[in-house]
Design a protein around this ligand. Sequence first.
Ligand code: EPS
Length: 367
Amino acid sequence: MNSFGHLLRVTTFGESHGPAIGCVIDGCPPGIAIAPEDFVQDLARRATGTSRHTSQRHEADAVEILSGVYEGLTTGTPIALLVRNTDARSKDYSRIGEQFRPGHADYTYWHKYGIRDPRGGGRSSARETTMRVAAAVIAKKWLADRYGVRVQGWLSQIGDIVPAGFDAGVIETNPFFWPHAPQVGELESYMDALRKSGDSVGARVTVVADGVPPGWGEPIYGKLDGELAAAMMSINAVKGVEIGAGFASVSQKGSEHRDEATRDGFASNHAGGILGGISSGQQVLVSVAFKPTSSLRLPGRGMDVHGEETEIVTTGRHDPCVGIRATPICEAMLALVLMDQALRHRAQCGDVGAVSPRIPAGRDPKR
Ligand code: EPS
């Protein structure tokens, strides 16, 4: 499947080294103001080549709106977006076509389809995420205009390094989306040493949505948290997803985990803003684990398509930590799932209206 969502349905297509990548967004309400410039900021936040700590492929990432927008407004018909690939260097992959990189989807794509496009990893490339970010520009805009919902993410761990403080105001001021400015120098040195060593490292991204009203999400099989987990897991390189306290819930007592409610708001947010699969009105909180990238200069043992053991060395312009660019991608998936759930809630329960009491969002978890 290359589509997700129910009432808002997004399909992406294209390979990393094909002529273009694109998406079709179906079910988008009419009347949303959208122009090609709206995509620039978020696509630049995700792009390669914006610092020395990411892949040095330089893509234009210019979005062409092919359909679904007339005189600057969405028309309710399918919105097709296209981004042409302009800086693919397929000769970097001439050997990989006959080899399976250890820890890479090369091997599983080969077994599934019996054929693969090895150039740039084809669709298993991080390049595919461009179109999710583009689609979510529309979702973010709709959520903000219609409901005042704001989505924001940051990098919450690289290797063993965690933020020593939190200031939302600095996230966009450094190439890591790191929320504690005094550590940026340490991260630069860490990444420089890692890149020189030829190795890679994993990372954690945290994303939140503020202003989500209570009621979004469907029991039982359309739970908001279930769909968020699936959406995050659909990002290439993701290995884990936590909602709220996540796996820390295992060692908590009920008296600690439950989010007590007062007239002034919830006293904590271990639930991550979701109870029974439905938003509670608290901040929706998701964190996502990215594996270390598997395209390494360091030689590793692997197999080739002829069944021979071989030494694998990956050349090319790879990310030593793909998580560094993943903040806008996780924001995108959160926004797209929320918009789909909002439309579904409106369709079924639009007549219910506001129900009392409404507990204020209250305290967010410690970061
Ligand atoms: C990627 C490898 C690199 C990255 C690419 C993801 O591509 P190439 O080997 O073709 O230079 O640049 O990321 C993007 C192009 C992008 O826009 O995110 C990989 O192996 O996943």
